[in-house]
Design a binder for this molecule. Structure first.
Ligand code: ADP
Ligand code: MG
Length: 317
């Protein structure tokens, strides 16, 4: 069983219904009814050293990555993040590490107007868990379900930068240095919070791309019970990828992960200029179209042929 099958089999069980829970397991975050006009959006993510970031990453970048990837899930729901809890597991009481981590962490809390309201501190292999909470007007949240046949599929930025940067840092044979922007994207992704807010009245579905466009768009298709055609020539490949072997570039852009862009669908009657008027805080690229074929994602390559990916991307199990 893979990660998603484990969740389905052991945890996504209809045990208890709480009427305040508007959206439970299966999306980027859960949604809880707060009052007549407000909902609470809650998400949690763990980052483990050696799994989610390379051993030896600076404490500053551990702070950057652990907080920003969590905010990306709140952005994908169209909510405004407001407060967080932080659970830290540290191998030792290292004041230099703690100074570096907390200095950057607190700076980000200020930048994003987030209150740190609690957490936990334990000894063990380095791991950071953050639960992020956001607020949204009632009924306005974006979700993975809702894509309709005929909708266009968009992504908010170039893909594959972080995946290539990671590959380069792991000392593979690549001698093509990633750009500074590509290296920065790996450890300091920019959660698309403002864009999430702009998408509330436009998108029929939305997800943040953490595991690669192929896996994350497949979540939209499964939840929406639709299929999709994606044109490989329309993918916005990150700069260095354009200089790589084409199959490798496609693999990195579609299965590499860590992009933290948003992938969303919108009705096809919204023209490019309609969208440009509403989406002002981010670029957006049309990469494909939703169809009726249940959950099937077709990648269309050159000569309109169906393209088969060479790798499946990272899986925890
Ligand atoms: P994301 O990549 O957006 O963080 P995940 O792929 O990690 O989302 O998780 C998919 C869904 O499964 C989410 O709704 C998440 O809350 C839920 N989930 C993950 N692990 C568990 C678990 N152990 N128990 C209950 N729900 C879980
Ligand atoms: Mg997510």
């Amino acid at each position: 069983m893979n990660e998603f099958e484990i969740i389905e089999h052991y945890f996504k069980l209809p045990l208890i219904n709480q009427k305040e829970v508007k959206l439970g397991i299966g999306d980027d975050a859960a949604v809880i009814s707060l009052s007549q006009d407000k909902e609470l959006v809650v998400s949690i993510d763990t980052l483990v050293e050696g799994v989610h970031f390379l051993k030896g990453l600076s404490p500053k970048d551990v702070a950057n990555k652990s907080l920003l990837v969590n905010l990306s899930d709140i952005a994908a729901m169209g909510a405004t993040p407001r407060w967080i809890t932080l659970s830290l597991t540290l191998p030792e009481n290292n004041s230099v590490w703690l100074e570096g981590f907390s200095k950057q962490f607190n700076k980000l809390l200020k930048n994003y107007s987030l209150a740190l309201i609690g957490g936990d501190l334990t000894k063990g292999p380095l791991s950071i868990t953050i639960q992020a909470h956001g607020i949204i007007p009632k009924g306005k949240f974006l979700q993975r379900s809702g894509a309709k046949p005929g909708d266009y599929i968009y992504v908010t930025g170039e893909l594959g930068a972080a995946a290539y940067a990671l590959r380069y840092l792991k000392n593979t044979d690549d001698n093509l240095k990633p750009t500074n922007d590509e290296l920065e994207k790996l450890n300091k992704p920019e959660p698309k919070i403002q864009t999430g807010l702009e998408l509330r009245d436009i998108a029929t579905s939305c997800i943040d791309i953490s595991d690669g466009l192929f896996t994350d768009l497949s979540h939209i298709l499964n939840c929406s019970k639709v299929g999709a055609d994606v044109k490989l020539n329309d993918i916005p490949y990150s700069k260095t990828l354009l200089k790589l072997d084409k199959d490798l570039a496609i693999d990195l852009a579609l299965t590499g992960g860590d992009d933290y862009e948003l992938c969303f669908t919108a009705p096809s009657n919204l023209s490019k200029s309609d969208l440009e008027k509403k989406i002002t805080t981010s670029k957006f690229f049309k990469v494909g179209r939703i169809n009726q074929l249940d959950s099937k994602l077709n990648l269309i390559g050159d000569d309109k042929k169906i393209y088969k990916l060479k790798s499946v991307g990272y899986q925890h199990f």
